[in-house]
Structure formats: structure tokens, C-alpha cells
Design a protein around this ligand. Structure first.
Ligand code: FES
Ligand code: FES
Length: 156
């Protein structure tokens, strides 16, 4: 397949990438740009470990061709922190022990971040619904919900 040059905006930085257009966004992030926060687990849209935000909404980057991400604002977990400071939602995950092995955490945190942007004061049911596509194999859901609840009542 012929290579194509694709312009991506990731975490407010512009990237020009020449690649086969049949590669996924996840492959480009991890293999070409060393943005390894998004994880590959199932590789078929079932677990949410590869979640990134596309124009603010959670998307499974393992299912997205890189060409589909062109022209969108892409946010990875690396983009949430800056100047040596974590985002408050990341601090809440630490404070409430919502991270065990950490494999689901980038996707889980980005999903929570997007939820709180759109609904700053979600109830428990709304939180559980929002994260229902993010599988935590350590099954730490109670702590994850507590962390999201804490940040929503405290305000971000
Ligand atoms: S790796 Fe993408 S949904 Fe599981
Ligand atoms: S903390 Fe281990 S998979 Fe969620």
C-alpha cells in the first residue's frame, strides 16, 4: 500500500507522519511517536485500554485508522499533565487508590475526564455507565467510582 502523509494534532502539538494509511491510531501513537500511555490489550474494541479523546470524546484508538483521526484534536493521557502537575482527576485516582496494576488507568482516566467535562456532577449510576466500556482486570471499580465522585463534588 502506498504511504501517505497525515497531519495529526496530539496534545496541542502538530505531527506530520508518513505512513501506510491502513495503520491504526494506536499503532502510530505507540510505535511511531512513543506515546505509550494508550495500551493495547484486546485490539478489537472490547476493553477500552487504548482509549484516547478525539475532540473531547473517548474513542478506542485500536479501532481507528490513523486517517480517521486527521483534523481532530487528539488527547492522550500524556496530554493531561503539564508543568510537572497532574490533572486533578489523576491526583484523585492516586488519592483514592483507584490504581492497582495501572493497565486500565490511562483509558479509565481519560473516560472520566471526558465525563466530567460534559457532566461536572455525575451520580454513581452515570459514572458507572460512563466507564462501563473500560475493563479493569484488577476489578478495582469501587475505588475508581469513589475517585470520580470525589473530584466531581470537589470540583476540578
Ligand atoms: S485494545 Fe482497544 S479496546 Fe481493547
Ligand atoms: S488497575 Fe489493573 S486493570 Fe485496572
Amino acid at each position: 500500500m502506498d504511504k501517505k502523509t497525515i497531519l495529526l494534532k496530539i496534545n496541542d502539538e502538530e505531527y506530520s507522519i508518513t505512513t501506510c494509511p491502513n495503520r491504526t491510531l494506536l499503532e502510530i501513537l505507540r510505535d511511531d511517536l512513543s506515546l505509550t500511555g494508550a495500551k493495547e490489550s484486546c485490539g478489537e474494541g472490547a476493553c477500552g485500554a487504548c482509549t484516547v479523546l478525539l475532540d473531547g470524546l473517548p474513542m478506542r484508538s485500536c479501532l481507528l485508522l490513523v486517517t480517521e483521526a486527521e483534523g481532530k484534536e487528539i488527547t492522550t493521557i500524556e496530554g493531561l499533565s503539564g508543568n510537572g502537575k497532574l490533572d486533578p482527576i489523576q491526583d484523585a485516582f492516586i488519592e483514592y487508590h483507584a490504581i492497582q496494576c495501572g493497565f486500565c488507568s490511562p483509558g479509565m482516566i481519560l473516560t472520566a475526564y471526558s465525563l466530567l467535562k460534559n457532566n461536572p456532577d455525575p451520580d454513581e449510576e452515570e459514572i458507572r455507565h460512563a466507564i462501563s466500556g473500560n475493563i479493569c482486570r484488577c476489578t478495582g471499580y469501587a475505588k475508581i467510582v469513589e475517585a470520580i465522585q470525589a473530584i466531581s463534588t470537589k470540583g476540578r
